[in-house]
Design a protein around this ligand. Sequence first.
Ligand code: MLC
Length: 497
Amino acid sequence: MHLTGLFDLSLVGRANREALQYDDGASVRTLTFAALDARAGRMAGELASRGLSRGDRLAVHLPNRIEFIDLYLACARLGVIFVPMNILYKERELRHIVGDAEPKAVVAAVQNGATYPESTVVWDVDELGRAAATREHARMIAPLDGDAPAMIVYTSGTTGVAKGAVLSHNNLAANAITLTTVWKISENDRYLAMLPLFHVHGLGNGLHSWLISGCRMRLLDRFDQRTTPRVMLDFKPTLIFGVPTVYVRLLDTAVMSDDDARTIGDAARLFVSGSAPLPAHVHEAFHRRFGHTILERYGMSEALMIMSNPYEGERQAGSVGPPLPGVSARIVGDEGVVLGDDQVGEVQICSPHLFSGYWGRPDATADAFDDGWFKTGDLGVRASDGYYALRGRRGDLIISGGFNIYPREIEELLLENPLLREAVVVGVSDPVRGEVPVAYIVADDALSTSAIEQSCRSQLASFKVPRAFIRVESLPRTALGKIQKHLLPPWQKPVNS
Ligand code: MLC
């Protein structure tokens, strides 16, 4: 199904209802679904006039703001494939995505000062918004079937090169219809959108569930521990999607008093956590302070949501629950044997939300599947009650604050420095962000670690910059030359950093 048909349940069917509150920099504004519909129609007209049509790609490098939503709705209408890019990415990271997806243009806030590869057509979001506002509202809806690509989401891989997971209209529709049903999301909800819209958590789950259910959404540019608690007290959300770092921050008594936590908890209906493991102690502390059992679920960019603890029924700490409706899962051992309960192996899935493949990468797509089952790369175990628990990754993925980091990408950058002979990046556990990256390097004495840190800062998203660069004489290796990460000297985070 064309996603527009689902969005119209609210954009047309609930036209006069309050849809969205957002801060335009001067004040908090409120839009109805009809107003949102008109904005999307005008933006679609503007994009079409700039030559965009079905199958073209449009890359968007924006923080959360109203134009992000206008652009997403407009692209869906025109059949233009939306390519969201992490706002924290620097030129090196952007160059690869732009080179791979070959978008007709990148929409960005030009005053943000990001640099894009030469030859990239960059449209300033403010200028684009002003141009769209002068157009007539026309409902231009390109005919397409549900298997048409709606979005390409870039996720790094063990190779260090980001691959674009192609998600169809059907993938996104099936995912959101499932979530609205199993999490009982309705037009009575008040959803606080504070996660970045450029990832599937905020976009695939948040934005779509809002548009399909017709609930009210408060859009924040980001979660900020200094300001978000105030918004929570004013807006009184019933529905909150967060990553574990958000819940750890909210538990900090310097961020929120016990009374405020209770007030927010009393108004809320459901707190969901995903994108990284939620520590059991956070689960328990949150229940004590907010009076809610966080519902933990499991998903990934390629598959959208995969498993979820139940809305009704036991939400187990340390578990991601059973597979969602329509999702089949199996646990596979090293020799490709399907394992029984209580045995740890790779989680493999089939699902109506599963992507069709990586953009322009038949080789990587073939590697990602086993006889039609998607190899998630996550290790997991199923208990006899049908609940799954995750037990780490097959690969080296580090998750920091809910953002994925592939060590190989950082190692490749480090090794571009001729004074550096060897480098390995590992994830070190961190009480707030879950994990942080730390680099171990074998380098000439002439190399200054502050210079190498500076080089990382200028070329990598901030969450990928190693928190420490530790010099070692050599990297511990097996007889076959494989680095033994567990034998590296431990790193202690300095106090107050
Ligand atoms: C983080 N930073 C941002 C930012 N988020 N900057 C601009 N916009 C944003 N949205 C940067 C800060 O500048 C800072 O950089 C560093 O990140 C840490 O920020 P902080 O202020 O200390 O924030 P903190 O309280 O730690 O919270 C971070 C966070 C952020 C929780 C707000 O990590 C976040 O939004 N994470 C969500 C990630 C997400 O949505 N993942 C979903 C992936 S989809 P510096 O330079 O000071 O270090 C997926 C599938 C699935 O995984 O299952 O969902």
